[in-house]
Design a protein around this ligand. Sequence first.
Ligand code: PNS
Length: 164
Amino acid sequence: MATVLYPGSFDPLHLGHIDVIEQSVALFGKVIVGVMHNPTKPSTMFTLEERTEMIIASISYLPSVKVVGFEGLAVDAVKQVKAAFIVKGLRTGGDFEVEQQMAHTNHAVSGVRTVYLPCKPALVSISSRFIREIAEFGGDVTSLVPAPVATKLARRFPHNEREK
Ligand code: PNS
């Protein structure tokens, strides 16, 4: 049994993230979902608090998962929560390129290792970016996100007539 950190911006959480969390619980035991700031995405649709609340509401059936918001570096969060390593999900080769660079850099500056988990094939096309885009235009994303996230999005962006 290990404690692992699963960091991300989760803006918002989707079913691909849930898959990675469930896989991490099964493989490692205790998972800390680290809700973080991605400096390459300067503005977010949801505040850190809102993103954290949506994740807590969505993973309540997994008692060994804790959700924590962090302001700084992922490697500092690893040390703070005494996690053994970072876990990341991979959808595509594009993800691998980015994640490999981050993993090498995080290891070089701190010694913290990263383990990759492949997403379920059925979920590889889901992205928070497209969920935000569809929701903002009044589309229905309920097939892509957990129920608490769907509810929050529908409240903020009521579905258009086409969806009713
Ligand atoms: O879900 P995302 O946006 O792909 O997650 C990226 C995230 C938040 C994990 C990454 O930007 C991150 O680790 N941010 C914290 C700052 C940090 O540690 N930067 C160093 C990266 S090598």
